[in-house]
Design a protein around this ligand. Structure first.
Ligand code: NAD
Length: 503
């Protein structure tokens, strides 16, 4: 374990429109995963800092809410332009703290930018309904209004995209936002806060609170925080959902995943092999939509494995700042946890076709490396099958039929994403109907919906009933009002204690 260095840059909070170094005395190390060293430390908020962040966000809310939609929209447009021009800067920050290769960091920013673009259409998205003359001289209309202070709590694996799933819509709708990023890669949040300020966002409307469980609990319990969007592992998502709703908040909590790819015998196996490599090992498997299990309907498994191994042999692993396919894992602790699943699979009788432990890399020997790993014949009772691994470990489970594959996928605890590879439209149609998963790919391995649809899984992959972005995102960050209005000639008055009927 590398030594904790204390005289390094301290990643600060962003409160009241400026960087505010932490005063709690508590910090966490931020690593450069390709070098295996501590590159900086991040402040971890205490109760006083949590209170200061919420007070600032609350004070900024009324003026931001009352600004015209056109002016809020202009801030979003400016942010989009600045982000598009300067996303390379943030990609470098992400790679230096997360480890993913630069092109992948740019990719996540672009997918986040899509939501900014969607949020630029907020005037259309917030248009209410109007019904004229529902009763004689009576009109009814509806409107949606901002909630107040809302919080976003994000995981380490997408330090830019996941916050952007939420804050553009929350801001556009007139809320003030507190972002609590992962303490593993906290700097992208500060970069985005500065860019929002440059785009014209008033101080206090966007806050970054650096921290750990103490900050999360502070946000969950504070009465002035009206809603929380959480993304992270399933146990914490469930905890956030239960604690937050107990405190009367609106919560959407997206959890972990174990995504399967069902391969039918009629599929194009070259396409399948390419897709399995891309979806299994991109971002070192640290994606909630990564494919981690290939369910091969026999007799395809042997041929498919051969094709996948051929491709794996061409992959280069190294420092994401250099030209390579796959970077390191985020921390040494996480790398060791992922590697332990390879041993578990072996002990449970699986065949380790390619073992990524001890791989030679184009990078510092102390980096948190683990090479692409392929496991065949993984027993579905093994913890390497039932638990989320979240690393570059792809497993193959062989089944005899489409039905057996569907039953296997539906028996799992998670329901985030899944894919079917086939040339049989009828089978694909049955799959999309019968499978108990929130996001489905048909010959598409990572079916992340575009921003105007909503992102979210089923079962243990989402607690709450509202998904991220799209129309569901707009609804999450607003609440509806229905207004019944009568402008009558005074002669139409009169006393009537009966329940209002329409006539
Ligand atoms: P994590 O659950 O460890 O952390 C997520 C957030 O919760 C962080 O901000 C962290 O500071 C906070 N946190 C951690 N422990 C806490 C505790 N005990 N109490 C309160 N807050 C706590 O997740 P991670 O390791 O950062 O991210 C990886 C996980 O996120 C994976 O399980 C992955 O599948 C999941 N994920 C899911 C989606 C999705 O859309 N469903 C997207 C991305 C990541």
């Amino acid at each position: 374990m590398p030594a904790i260095v204390t005289d390094l840059a301290l990643v600060a909070h962003w409160i009241d429109g400026k960087e505010q170094p932490g005063t709690s005395g508590r910090t966490a190390p931020v690593f450069d995963p390709a070098l295996g060293t501590v590159s900086k430390n991040v402040s971890l908020a205490d109760q006083a800092e949590i209170a200061a962040a919420i007070t600032s966000a609350k004070a900024a809310f009324p003026a931001w809410r009352d600004l015209s939609m056109a002016k809020r929209q202009q801030v979003l447009f400016s942010f989009r332009e600045l982000l598009n021009a300067r996303k390379g800067e943030m990609a470098e920050i992400i790679t230096s703290e997360h480890g993913k290769v630069l092109s992948d960091a740019l990719g996540e920013i672009s997918r986040g930018q899509e939501v900014v673009e969607f949020a630029c259409g907020i005037p259309h998205l917030l248009k209410g309904d109007y019904s004229e003359n529902v009763s004689t001289g009576v009109d009814v209309y509806s409107t949606r209004q901002a909630l107040g202070v809302v919080a976003v709590i994000s995981p380490f694996n997408f330090p830019a995209m996941v916050p952007m799933w939420f804050f553009p819509l929350a801001l556009a709708a007139g809320n003030s936002v507190i972002l609590k990023p992962s303490e593993k890669d906290p700097s992208a949040a500060i970069w985005m806060a500065k860019l929002l300020q440059e785009a014209g966002l008033p101080d206090g409307v966007f806050t970054v609170l650096q921290g750990d469980k103490e900050s999360v609990d502070g946000l969950l319990e504070h009465p002035d925080v009206k809603a929380i969007s959480f993304v992270g592992s399933t146990p914490i998502a469930q905890y956030v959902y239960e604690t937050g709703t107990r405190h009367g908040k609106r919560i959407q909590a997206l959890g972990g995943a174990k995504n399967h790819m069902l391969v039918l015998p009629d599929a194009d196996l070259d396409l399948v092999a390419d897709s399995a490599i891309n979806a299994g090992f991109g971002s070192a498997g640290e994606r909630c939509m990564a494919i981690s299990v290939i369910v091969a309907v026999e007799p395809v498994a042997d041929v498919l494995i051969e094709k996948i191994v051929t491709r794996m042999n061409t992959l280069t692993v190294g420092d994401g700042r250099r030209s390579c396919d796959m970077g390191p894992l985020v921390t040494e602790v996480h790398r060791d946890k992922v590697a332990s699943y390879i041993e578990i699979a072996k002990e449970d009788g699986a065949n380790i076709v390619v073992d990524g432990r001890g791989i030679e890399v184009d990078g510092d020997p102390n980096g948190f490396w683990l090479g692409p790993t392929l496991i065949d014949a993984l027993p579905v009772t093994s913890k390497a099958y039932t638990e989320e691994i979240f690393g570059p470990v792809l497993s193959v489970v062989r089944v005899a039929s489409f039905e057996e594959g569907v039953d296997l996928i539906n028996s799992g605890a998670f329901g985030n994403g899944t894919a079917i590879f086939t040339n049989d439209g009828g089978a694909a149609r049955r799959f999309q109907n019968e499978i108990e998963v929130g996001m489905i790919g048909i010959n598409v391995p990572i079916p992340v919906p575009v921003s105007y649809f909503s992102f979210g899984g089923w079962k243990n992959s989402l607690f709450g009933d509202t998904k991220a972005h799209g129309v569901e995102g707009v609804h999450f960050f607003t609440r509806g009002k229905a207004i019944t209005s009568r402008w009558l000639d005074p002669s139409h008055g009169g006393i009537n204690l009966g329940f209002p009927e329409n006539n």
